[in-house]
Unconditional design. Structure first.
Length: 454
């Protein structure tokens, strides 16, 4: 694997420190794996290639113990500074084949040295790197970087945090397809493949990565399957839904493209995209401090919103925005933790979830007034008696006569946040797009306009 950081062309020492701290943390997680090589390429990318203990370097030694004894001591790393005119050069040297934890120590020393040498601010002039070392050349400045040397935004602690972008792939692809097919004049490429939805999907993916700068991107997908647990629970679930054949054939095209790009693709016949989104968001928040962004227009996902989980979608007449738990409460007057119960009451025509007939959005304020968070709260005797004496009394008979339907609707609407067997190590899923392989696939699909956009 490769742990790398890609720098902008104009780089301040603050951005450098933040980036190197992130690389250091990721190398620490590799424990005693071996750093084979350090390189710096024309894409402004500083890379640390890491192999496991059984990798090529380990095989070169006749004895594993002696090899690790050779690379173990932390004093194999050294950081020095030197000056050439008004330039400060920080050299980080370690032997080829050093363990990742020692390289992390070296990077931490570089961070501290850069901070000590350039506390008044600096512009990074360049990098050099080879197998066993790398150097950073900086020019100190007495004043903060002015606007004419901008395009680097000010770096804060929040900028250093990891960020997970979860994409509802089925939702995004379908939106792209229908947005460009409503005229009914779709044309396939020379191989007979329809690609209009794929084209919009990829443009949206590129934009989301550029705009929100996630460190991790995962796509989650529905399958056209009758084996989902919701379908087994209620055969009428999503009954009557039919997809255009021109859209259906574009799902495997997206899957092939994403695999080529090295962007994870989660899908299973038992679970839906929402369930993977819920499970991955839950796991992320247990082990990472960063935010979760969900790209989808599906309102079912509102039940996942909290202080660290936000949804990206376009509201009618507005540009795409980040919809937060606070935005939700302002719009609906209830907490996001009450949305599942609201969905059970309202039902969902698009998914053929029945809900309680005759009870609509005008009842939702009662959820806040009477602290109704779960469907069993709605059928609590004290709540029912209180509703009978309230402005909502006209709904009580309908609620009491629909308990089984409400409970079924609750289970159908509930997003699974603990899919059995789905355990993810997010350290293995850091965003690392394979541009070369992606562009080969785009060529084959005749989507050449997308080449060079990412």
């Amino acid at each position: 694997m490769s742990v790398f950081v890609m720098f902008p062309k104009l780089l301040t020492e603050k951005t450098l420190l933040c980036a190197l701290k992130s690389v250091s943390e990721r190398l620490k997680r590799q424990n005693n794996n071996i750093v084979q090589e350090v390189s710096y390429d024309q894409m402004n990318r500083l890379s640390f290639d890491v192999s496991n203990k059984g990798g090529p370097l380990a095989q070169q030694g006749s004895d594993m113990d002696s090899l690790f004894a050779f690379v173990e001591p932390a004093n194999n790393v050294e950081v020095k500074t030197r000056e050439e005119g008004d330039l400060v050069i920080v050299d980080c040297m370690f032997i080829e084949g050093n363990v990742a934890s020692d390289v992390s120590v070296a990077i931490d020393k570089v961070v501290q040295t850069v901070f000590d040498q350039c506390s008044t601010g600096a512009l990074v002039q360049g990098f050099t790197a080879d197998e066993g070392s790398f150097s950073v050349t900086m020019k100190s400045v007495q004043q903060p970087v002015k606007e004419h040397v901008e395009p680097v935004k000010t770096t804060t602690e929040d900028d250093c945090k990891e960020k997970l972008l979860l994409i509802d792939g089925s939702n995004l692809l379908a939106k792209g397809y229908f947005a460009t097919s409503w005229r009914g004049d779709l044309k396939p490429n020379s191989n007979g493949l329809y690609t209009n939805g794929v084209y919009v999907f990829m443009k949206s993916l590129f934009r989301l990565i550029r705009q929100y700068e996630p460190t991790h991107v995962i796509t989650c997908w529905d399958r056209d399957s009758k084996k989902t647990f919701r379908k087994q629970m209620y055969p009428e679930y999503k009954a009557g839904r039919e997809s255009d054949e021109e859209l259906k054939q574009q799902f495997p095209l997206c899957e092939t493209l994403l695999h080529a790009m090295n962007v994870p693709y989660f899908s299973h016949e038992t679970w839906e995209a929402d369930d993977y989104i819920g499970t991955l968001a839950t796991q992320w928040k247990k082990h990472h401090d960063g935010e979760v962004l969900i790209a989808s227009s599906d309102k079912d996902l509102f039940q996942l919103l909290d202080d660290r989980t936000h949804q990206l979608f376009k509201r009618q007449g507005e540009d795409e925005s980040m919809f937060t738990a606070a935005d939700f409460q302002k719009q609906y007057g209830i907490a996001t933790s009450q949305w599942l119960t609201a969905k059970a009451i309202l039902g969902d025509k698009s998914d053929n979830i029945p809900g309680i007939k005759g009870v609509g959005e005008k009842f939702l304020p009662a959820l806040a007034d009477y602290k109704i968070f779960h469907i069993e709260d709605l059928y609590n005797d004290e709540v029912i008696e209180a509703l009978k004496e309230s402005p909502y009394k006209r709904y009580v008979n309908k609620i009491e006569g629909s308990k089984e339907v409400a409970e079924l609707s609750y289970e159908l609407s509930k997003i699974v946040c603990d899919i059995e067997g789905c355990q993810v190590d997010f350290n293995d899923l850091v965003l690392n797009v394979n541009k070369e392989a992606m562009e080969v696939q785009l060529e084959e699909l005749e989507l050449t306009k997308l080449i060079g956009e990412f």
